[in-house]
Write a protein that binds this ligand. Sequence first.
Ligand code: SAJ
Length: 419
Amino acid sequence: MKKICVLGLGYIGLPTVAVLATHGFTVLGVDTNEAVVDVLNGGEVHIEEPGLRTLMQAAVESGNLLANAKPEEAEIFVIAVPTPRRDNEADLSFVESASESIVPYLKQGNLVILESTVPPRTTTDLVRPILERSGLKAGADFHLAHCPERVLPGNILREIVENDRIIGGLTPECARKAQELYTKFVTGRSWLTDATSAEMAKLVENTFRDVNIAFANELSRVCHRLGLDVWEVIELANRHPRVNVLKPGPGVGGHCIAVDPWFIAEKAPEEAKLIRQSREVNDAQPQYVVELVREMLRGVARPKVTVLGVAYKANVDDTRESPALKIVQRLSEAGYELGIVDPHVRAFPWTLCTMEEGASGSDLLVLLTDHEEFKCLSPETLAPLMRTRQVLDTRGGGDFAGWREAGFVCRRLGDGRSM
Ligand code: SAJ
């Protein structure tokens, strides 16, 4: 079987090496962080993702998977490094250094695939010239393609196999070579195109979602102002066969949807007006939550707030770009005492505590992340611990009946009837 070198062992690279190794490929996982390499070689994982630990153990036991800090010669190289945002532009330094690290090992006939999400033209204008420092020519001596990852955190192992793939080749032959790899483990269809269209299509997917969520967030403010319940209004509107408004919330987090629209805006700032404005609407949502909190705590002396959930979305441990970061920061700057609870998150800039510690002496529970664990909270158990019985739900899932019975004042973001 072919040898594949995967560069970057994060949220995408890690599941990718596990799937490839269990599909018979000889895989070398590369990460510049030695601690990650050690964890992986021990068959462990450093991120939370359903089923990943078991699959990773199977991959290590198969003898097909090894991790190292440096690449080696291989037939295929897959780049899956992060592309964070710096001043609303893509920071491509990891893509650059991963590409550079391949150069000494690149051989005639190799295939290089960029899976990281990048601004349009990155494959042709940044990755290609770096790889050609090897003296080989892309599209002639080696194959180069952009095949963006599209998997949903929390559901990665299923989606990595079942989702359709966009395969953007530098040349049609490059796309066909990349397709050969994905057909070995993907059951979804593959759609062949050029590298730049593939880059743009990936950004469009996440931007579509961001714009839709911005619309929902704007509606949450409109409905609040009009004394309506946005959750009911959206549910009713979505009964139309061609309407699908997403959900409002405390803001958009994660390293994808909150970041990728900027990669379009940086390339066409004059044209991408709606995209930019949607980002601004979503970025303003944490402050809106802070204002709701202030309103509910008006008149309470030395208030304590219990924050339920700091991960960017339900049932994941990831806090990158999480709206909770801004909300906690602003509440703490405003002098509120905080009890921060998240059963999934291990590392957070503020101290985390247990549910009981968080609720003790609290004046308000604010649900920021709708983790499964928070669905079975018992209002009767929490009520006696609290100083003031109040709850604010920013995710709209809560059935408040039990809470009201236990004496709680219950409010919901975007629900003008509850405010
Ligand atoms: N959110 C809302 N309202 C909603 C849906 C989401 O406020 O109705 C918020 C979430 O709470 C979260 C953020 O948006 O903070 C993003 O969550 P998400 O579940 O929509 O998406 P991600 O960032 O976890 O994963 C997305 C996915 N893209 C699409 O669905 C188009 C995934 O398929 C991509 O692979 C991933 O980005 C990526 O890596 O690009």
